[in-house]
Design a protein around this ligand. Structure first.
Ligand code: AMP
Ligand code: MG
Length: 483
């Protein structure tokens, strides 16, 4: 072949077969390219021509004989209920490639049934695959830890969801896809040796900084809790709702993992539920920190064979403070406050209450605030509020707070523009790209959006349309778990 692939590592095979099953992907009929992420390919040492030449591999149709695709085993708490066996029902690990100083694992998602598919067909539909492709890269652009997306192969083969839909295979990329549920499954089966083996594997490959600690397993759990707190604080700060924070969708590395019915807030609604199947609002925007904490309890239980319960409990007890600090740091940065002051928490809470009461657009608000000068009235910001007086009352407090730290407009504005994105993946933008792909087999919008979202803080005149307030119909988009 004229564009040979670099050799894939097989790091996951360091673990015995307790943790995975070998599975050949199910070929996808007449695949075609939907998207190729050239910048990520380059980082992985794949030229654009090499990636392009390997559609058959990335559709799951022609896997080299020396590759051992495998499906990992895990369990998890889904909507609060323990499900003893899940596992990769439609994802297959191909192997790993170097990126920077790390190794990145490549996984095909939607490549057919596995021993863990239960009632599922092993496929992913084009609609949700486009959403995952775009959102992975949008999150990466925002600087938020996430699995990434290398490419997307489509097919006219259909599967049944609420209606017949065409399928796709997404190649996603991460240093590891190990989840909280990867531990839960072995703990609940009483296979405590496997819990230890998996913890050792993670310490060896992913938590080098914990290896030399007095108590490495405790150090690792502390680090997972810290990363999880930081991750959810980062989500809150950009208005991201994950939608299905089951413990099997929680990454041990603190990555955003498993993009399903996620959504970014348009008008700020603290109780927003992005997943229409989530009737009780378990995973609403304002529940995410609490649920992260709850999921860490599930993980802690699974680690009791390795760590004293009192030590696990101490880490769990600290989580609310660790989260609150991370959250406040994020929002101080969003407000351009360089110095921490007593009362900042209250100022932030008052703002969120105001945005909620006035249904102001979260992203546009912070972007416009980034150009606010300490003297003016902030008229373009005021225009986002049904009751501008309510905004002015908060704005007076904010102005006083800025004066209190001697805030310099130009410095503050530059710092705020670097943390308050101009562009986010609003649901309606993803919908437009999906409609073009589905109805006209035109994938240009996917690439255009990916490019824009890879630099969400930059002013980009060519992408100005993506920064507008969402149209009326955006509120009617309905997302369910079905993907
Ligand atoms: P999710 O809600 O996407 O995190 O998936 C929960 C579990 O269901 C995981 O074990 C998935 O692998 C599995 N799953 C989801 N969709 C399918 C499908 N279409 N076919 C097989 N397994 C699936
Ligand atoms: Mg999942």
């Amino acid at each position: 072949m004229s564009h040979p692939l670099p050799p894939f590592g097989r790091r996951f095979l360091d673990l015995p077969e307790t943790f995975w099953r070998r599975v050949r992907p199910t070929p996808l009929s007449d695949p075609y390219w939907v998207a190729q992420n050239a910048p990520l390919a380059a980082e992985l040492g794949l030229s654009a021509a090499t990636l392009d030449a390997h559609l058959a591999l990335f559709a799951g149709n022609d896997v080299p004989a020396d590759m051992t695709p495998l499906a990992a085993i895990y369990a998890g708490h889904q909507f609060g209920v323990y499900v003893p066996q899940l596992g990769d029902g439609r994802a297959l690990l191909l192997g790993d490639l170097p990126l920077g100083g790390e190794r990145m694992e490549l996984q095909l998602k939607g490549a057919g049934r596995t021993p863990f598919s239960r009632m599922g067909d092993g496929r992913a539909v084009l609609r949700s695959s486009i959403r995952e492709y775009l959102c992975s890269e949008a999150m990466h652009g925002l600087g938020i830890p996430t699995t990434r997306a290398l490419c997307l192969a489509g097919s006219d083969e259909t599967v049944w969801r609420e209606t017949a839909e065409t399928t796709a295979v997404l190649t996603r990329v991460a240093p590891s896809f190990v989840r909280f549920g990867s531990f839960e499954v072995f703990y609940h089966r009483g296979q405590h040796d496997a819990v230890r083996e998996l913890a050792d594997y993670l310490l060896q490959h992913h938590f080098a900084e914990c290896r030399d600690a007095d108590r490495p397993y405790l150090a690792m759990f502390t680090e997972v809790a810290r990363r999880t707190a930081e991750l959810v604080a980062a989500w809150q700060a950009v208005g991201f709702c994950h939608g299905v924070m089951n413990s099997d969708n929680m990454s041990m590395l603190g990555l955003t993992l498993d993009y399903g019915p996620f959504g970014f807030l348009d008008a700020f609604d603290a109780a927003h539920i992005c997943n229409h199947s989530d009737h009780a609002g378990r995973y609403a925007y304002n529940q995410q920190p609490r649920i992260a904490h709850w999921n860490l309890y599930c993980l802690a239980s699974a680690l009791t064979p390795l760590v004293e319960e009192a030590d696990l409990r101490a880490v769990l007890d600290q989580f609310p403070d660790v989260f609150s600090r991370a959250f406040l740091d994020r929002f101080r940065a969003k407000l351009g406050l360089f110095v921490a002051r007593e009362g900042d928490d209250e100022l932030v809470q008052a703002l969120l209450l105001l945005l909620h009461g006035q249904s102001a657009d979260f992203t546009v608000f912070f972007r416009r605030l980034s150009r606010f000068d300490g003297q003016g009235a902030g008229d373009d910001v005021a225009a986002l509020f049904a009751e501008p007086e309510a905004w002015r009352a908060w704005c007076d407090r904010y102005r006083a707070r800025l004066a209190d730290e001697g805030s310099v407009d130009a410095e503050r504005q530059a710092a705020m523009l670097a943390v308050n994105p101009k562009y986010i993946l609003r649901n309606y933008l993803a919908e437009q790209a999906i409609a073009q792909a589905r109805d006209a087999r035109d994938f240009g919008e996917i690439e255009r959006l990916r490019q824009c979202l890879s630099r969400p803080f930059d002013e980009a005149p060519a992408f100005e349309d993506y920064a507008a307030l969402p149209p009326e119909w955006a509120g009617e988009i309905c997302l369910s778990c079905s993907s």
